[in-house]
Design a protein around this ligand. Structure first.
Ligand code: BG6
Length: 535
């Protein structure tokens, strides 16, 4: 495991104190970068069509790509550059954030190339090298090159190995050749460590960009800005004032066409190990000494290292898993998980998880972090709530009313993007009655435009060599170190329940028990049912 403590990376753009996450202006390419080649392995896949190509197109449209860039798609099927361009044009038209503009397309489309290849066959990499030589031409020695592994994880090892043996990964050009590795990064601690070793046979750590698209979301980056660019929150951001933290990732969708993958993974691997622990890190981390990739990631790793390990007893009492039964979501009848395509009819894979975690450090000791993630829930919402302690004296209780609600800071990541603070306010009238009201900031109202897609931000950062918003080797391993014992307990314990819940609910009652036992409740905000139902 690496524990680099060096500052930033060569060529990494500095982020100014006024713009700590490096938003629009600093998303532009570094001045000396004239040429970049992006090689996408898995160019026929969903990710490329829905996310990567539309994001690259938008970056081109907004002038964020270097003057001279090329994109080489690699996949198994045979097709010409022209056919590939047509397919990508349709993909951009369908999924692009800003629609398709002919002028931009003629510039962008002409930079797209395609090479068919079998990733297990070394000869494919020779052909790829020829294609890269062709597109980079004389600028070969100065061009930034990004390999994007948009392929199933089972293909990572052989692709990495072939990139290395063919010389395409070129460690000696570590400052300008990089690789983006998609999630899931391993399926447990052991496999993640093995994958890290395989990656390092081909690339140095500073060349590796382990992507977690949550970190590219504007509102996720805003967690840090909100905490660190405002003087008033940081003093309260600790065990003295915070009662507990809740992080919810609720989705109304099921597993869609990804049943085969999901049935092996489950939501703990799919969402909790990566997206949710990243959110927890951003909320829980100490203030980094500087805003560089290494400083920020050092602090995140410290949070993961401080997570109280899940012993068997903890898994029994503080973790609940569930699986959706049939139900109604957004007014539509939907089938039970076990009837989803490519899902085992007797599957015990979890589509819902709730857990209580503790960060054992001076800042957070004793403050529970309640996390829950679920598919086919009653509302689509990703939010973090920080509940503050009650005021020390219930002065107004004397005036006929019960204790005021505690203050709650709600960071809404999606679909509504904003931050609000719930405070108690006097209800107009002659009595001292207190009502909760919200002081609210809404991203759309304040900034107008829809925020950029996460992949836009992450792609340009990877091209620029800025790894602040990517997971480091030790970060993924420490995340697995926390999660793997839970899987191990589930695997080895007979009769460890997978609680059914109705599609369209807030999950099983078992999730409520975890939090209710502590005298607290989930913040169930959204349309539809408000309570989970075991059946
Ligand atoms: C992906 C998971 O990483 O994140 C999906 O594999 C999930 O299962 C998705 O639906 C959620 O992302 P977002 O951006 O829609 O919240």
């Amino acid at each position: 495991m690496s524990n680099e403590s060096s500052e930033g990376m060569p060529g990494q753009p500095d982020r100014s104190p006024e713009d700590p996450t490096g938003s629009r202006a600093s998303r532009r390419v570094t001045h000396d970068m004239k040429h970049a080649t992006v090689v996408i392995f898995g160019a026929s896949g969903d990710l490329c069509q829905r996310k990567l190509m539309p994001a690259l197109y938008t970056l081109c449209q907004e002038g964020f790509l270097p003057e001279d860039f090329a994109i080489v798609g690699v996949a198994r099927s045979q097709k010409s550059d022209e056919v590939f361009r047509e397919e990508m044009r349709a993909a951009v038209q369908e999924h692009g954030r800003l629609g398709l503009d002919e002028q931009t397309w003629s510039r962008f489309g002409s930079r797209l190339h395609y090479r068919s290849g079998d990733l297990a066959d070394p000869a494919s990499y020779e052909r790829l090298r020829e294609a890269i030589d062709e597109v980079e031409g004389e600028r070969r020695s100065e061009s930034v090159r990004l390999y994007y592994l948009a392929i199933p994880p089972s293909w990572f090892p052989v692709t990495l190995q072939n990139l290395s043996t063919s010389g395409l990964s070129t460690k000696e050009h570590a400052d300008r050749v990089r690789v983006v590795v998609e999630k899931p990064f391993g399926e447990d601690l052991e496999s993640a460590a093995v994958l890290n070793r395989q990656v390092h046979e081909a690339f140095e750590e500073r060349q590796v960009f382990r992507i977690d698209h949550y970190l590219g979301k504007e509102t996720v980056q805003n967690i840090l800005v909100f905490r660190l660019a405002n003087g008033i929150f940081e003093p309260l951001w600790n065990r003295r004032y915070v009662d507990h933290v809740q992080i919810t990732v609720a989705e109304t969708i099921g597993v869609e066409s990804r049943g085969a993958y999901f049935d092996k993974a489950g939501i703990m691997r799919d969402i909790v190990q990566n997206h949710m622990l990243q959110l927890l890190c951003l909320v829980g981390m100490e203030v980094p000494a500087r805003f560089t990739a290494e400083h920020v990631r050092n602090e995140k790793v410290k949070v993961l290292m401080s997570l109280s390990p899940m012993r068997e007893e903890d898994v029994k009492t503080s973790v609940a898993r569930g699986q959706y039964a049939e139900g109604e979501v957004d007014g539509q009848r939907v089938p039970a998980y076990r009837y989803e395509p490519s899902v085992d009819a007797r599957s015990s894979t979890e589509t819902f998880v709730a857990l209580r975690a503790f960060v054992d450090n001076w800042r957070w000791a004793g403050v529970p972090f309640y996390l829950r993630a679920g598919k086919r829930m009653c509302a689509r919402t990703t939010e973090i709530t920080i509940s503050f302690k009650k005021p020390p004296l219930a002065l107004f209780k004397l005036a006929h009313e019960s204790l005021p609600d505690p203050n709650v800071l709600i960071m809404q990541i999606q679909p509504e993007e904003g931050i609000s603070l719930r405070v108690g306010s006097k209800r107009p009238g002659s009595r001292f009655a207190i009502d909760p009201v919200e002081l609210a900031f809404n991203y759309a109202t304040s900034f107008g435009d829809a925020p950029p897609e996460a992949y836009e931000r992450l792609l340009i950062d990877a091209i620029n060599g800025d790894s602040t918003l990517f997971a480091r080797e030790d970060e993924v391993e420490y995340a697995w170190r926390f999660i793997s014992p839970i899987h191990e307990f589930w695997r080895t314990t007979e009769h460890c329940p997978v609680h059914p819940y109705w599609a369209g609910s807030w999950g099983p009652d078992a999730a409520d028990r975890i939090i209710n036992r502590d005298g607290r409740a989930w913040r169930n905000e959204g349309p539809g049912k408000t309570a989970g139902t075991d059946h």
